[in-house]
Design a protein around this ligand. Structure first.
Ligand code: DLL
Length: 447
C-alpha cells in the first residue's frame, strides 16, 4: 500500500476545462508557481522516501531527510540521481506503487546495457496527456485538427505520449509511427492533416519522400509541425519551415521524467520551450563540479518531478546541456535554451570539444550542402580525424558542392577551432532517420 505522511496537494483533471484556453496553472505568476512547487516538492520528497527503498537508502546515505526541506532552496540538500540509479532498480523496484496501480510501462532506448523502465499510474497518464495537450495548443495545434503522428509507437514514449496529448486537445490522431516513408507521404496526401509530429530529421526524410514522387512538400495540407526527441538547431527550424511552408515548434521531454511534454514552445514567439514548472522543478548544474548554476548560465539540466506517483524522480541528471531563461509568453514558467548536446555525446577531437549541433548550424549556412550528414571519427596514425560525409543539394552541381565543402571546413576551423575533412556524397545516398538520428560514428576505440 502506498502511503504518505504528507497529504498530496495535487489531483489531475481528467478533461480540460476549455480546450482552447490555457489552464490556471499554465498562466500562474512566478510567485504562485514557486509556492505550488514548494507544496508539491514537500509531498514528493516524503512520498519517495516513504515508498521507495532506493530513495530511502540514498537520502539516509547522504544524511538528509525530507523533513529538512523547509524552503525551495533546500532542494540542493538532496542527492542527485541518474540513469544508473534507475538501472539498479531494473525492472520495477523503483516504483512507489504496487503493480496493480500501474497502467502503462515504457522503457528508454538504452543503446548499451539494460534499458530504463518507467511506469505510470492512471493519474500520471492524465497529467501526461494534459501537459502534452498544453504543449500542442501552445505550438498552434487546434481542437478538430487532423494530426499525423510519426513518432515511433512502442516502448519509446514519443508515439503514445503524443497520441494521448493530441486526443486530449480534441484532435483526430492518425497513428502512423515512424518508418514506411512512402506510406507516410500517401497518408499526408490522402488524409490532409494540419499537423505533423515527428523528429526533425525524420521530417526531412518525409520531405525526400515527397520529392521522390515529384511532389512539392510546400503544397501539402500541413501548417504546423511539433518536433523533438533529438537536438536540432534554429537553422534546422528554418530549413524545415521553408521546405514544408509550415510553422515548426519544439517539444522536449525524456522518459525518466515523463516523456514528451516536459517543455513546449509557443508558435507566437518561437523562442525556446517553456518548462512546465507546475510539474517539474528544473536546475542547471555544472556537470564537472555538480554545483547549481544561476538562471542564464549554461550547464546540465536536472529535473525533479513534482506530481509523479508511479516513479518519483528527484534531481535526475539528464546529461542535456542547455541554460534556463526567464519565461516570456508564460512568465511563471522558465524557458530552456536549445539543447546544444548531451554531455555524454560530446566529441573530443584533438582536445577540442564539439557537438554535432554546432556542425549542423554551420552546414545549413552553406547553400550547396544538404542537412544530411554524418560525422566519422577515427584515429589513424594516433591523430584524431573527423570526416564530414555530406550530401550535396540536388540542385547544386558537384563542383559547387566541393567549393561549399571547403567553405564549411573554413567555418568549422574559425568558429569551432578544429580541422576536419569533408566528403561530398550524392543526394539520397546516406542512411535516413526514421526516428532519432545517429549522426556520429566514432571508430577510435576500434583502432
Ligand atoms: O525522446 C521523449 C520525446 C519524444 C520528446 C517525442 C519529444 C518528442 P527519450 O527517448 O527518453 O525521450 O530521450 C530523451 O532525447 O534527454 C534529450 O537528449 C533528447 N531530446 C528530447 N527532446 C528534445 C528536444 C524522448 N526537443 C532525450 N531537443 C533527452 C533536443 C531532445 N533534445
Amino acid at each position: 500500500m502506498t502511503t504518505c505522511s504528507v497529504p498530496n496537494p495535487y489531483t489531475p483533471s481528467v478533461v480540460p476545462a476549455d480546450r482552447l484556453q490555457p489552464d490556471l496553472e499554465e498562466t500562474m505568476s512566478r510567485d504562485q508557481i514557486e509556492s505550488l512547487q514548494y507544496d508539491r516538492l514537500r509531498w514528493t520528497l516524503h512520498y519517495a522516501y516513504e515508498n521507495v527503498r532506493a530513495y530511502q537508502e540514498l537520502f539516509d546515505g547522504h544524511g538528509v531527510h525530507p523533513g529538512d526541506f523547509k524552503d525551495l532552496e533546500d532542494l540542493r540538500l538532496f542527492p542527485y540521481t541518474d540513469k544508473e540509479f534507475l538501472r539498479k532498480a531494473y525492472p520495477f523496484t523503483s516504483l512507489a506503487v504496487p503493480m496493480s496501480d500501474v497502467r502503462r510501462i515504457h522503457a528508454s532506448s538504452g543503446t548499451t546495457g539494460q534499458p530504463t523502465v518507467v511506469a505510470y499510474t492512471e493519474n500520471d497518464l492524465q497529467t501526461w496527456a494534459s501537459l502534452v495537450a498544453r504543449c500542442f495548443r501552445f505550438s498552434g495545434m487546434r481542437p478538430g485538427d487532423k494530426v499525423h503522428n510519426a513518432y515511433g509507437y512502442g516502448l519509446f514514449t514519443g508515439g503514445l505520449g503524443a497520441h494521448y496529448g493530441a486526443e486530449r486537445l480534441g484532435c483526430a490522431v492518425i497513428p502512423m509511427s515512424g518508418g514506411q516513408t512512402e506510406k507516410q507521404v500517401q497518408m499526408i496526401r490522402d488524409f490532409e492533416p494540419q499537423t505533423i509530429l515527428s523528429t526533425p530529421t525524420y521530417l526531412l526524410t518525409i520531405a525526400d519522400g515527397f520529392r521522390k514522387l515529384g511532389l512539392d512538400p510546400r503544397k501539402t495540407s500541413l501548417r504546423t509541425a511539433v518536433l523533438g526527441a533529438e537536438p536540432w538547431t534554429e537553422e534546422m527550424r528554418r530549413e524545415i519551415e521553408r521546405t514544408f511552408s509550415i510553422d515548426a515548434c519544439d517539444i522536449y521531454g525524456l522518459s525518466e521524467v515523463m516523456g514528451p511534454g516536459v517543455a513546449g514552445e509557443s508558435v507566437e514567439s518561437k523562442d525556446g520551450s517553456h518548462i512546465w514548472e507546475d510539474h517539474f522543478r528544473p536546475e542547471i548544474i555544472d556537470p564537472f563540479t555538480d554545483e547549481v548554476q544561476e538562471t542564464g548560465r549554461p550547464g546540465e539540466l536536472v529535473f525533479t518531478a513534482l506530481t509523479k506517483e508511479a516513479l518519483p524522480i528527484i534531481r535526475y541528471r539528464t546529461h542535456d546541456l542547455t541554460r534556463l531563461l526567464p519565461g516570456t509568453e508564460r512568465p511563471g514558467h522558465r524557458r530552456m535554451g536549445r539543447i546544444t548536446g548531451r554531455s555524454d555525446d560530446m566529441i573530443i577531437l584533438r582536445g577540442v570539444n564539439l557537438f554535432p549541433s554546432q556542425i549542423e548550424e554551420l552546414v545549413l549556412q552553406v547553400p550547396e550542402l544538404s542537412p544530411h550528414f554524418t560525422l566519422e571519427i577515427s584515429r589513424p596514425a594516433r591523430m584524431d580525424q573527423m570526416v564530414i560525409i555530406i550530401e550535396r543539394r540536388e540542385e547544386a552541381p558537384v563542383e559547387a558542392a566541393e567549393i561549399g565543402g571547403k567553405k564549411l571546413l573554413h567555418a568549422i576551423k574559425t568558429k569551432i577551432g578544429c580541422s576536419a575533412t569533408v566528403r561530398i556524397a550524392e543526394p539520397d545516398t546516406l542512411a535516413r532517420s526514421s526516428g532519432k538520428l545517429r549522426r556520429v560514428y566514432d571508430l577510435r576505440d576500434k583502432g
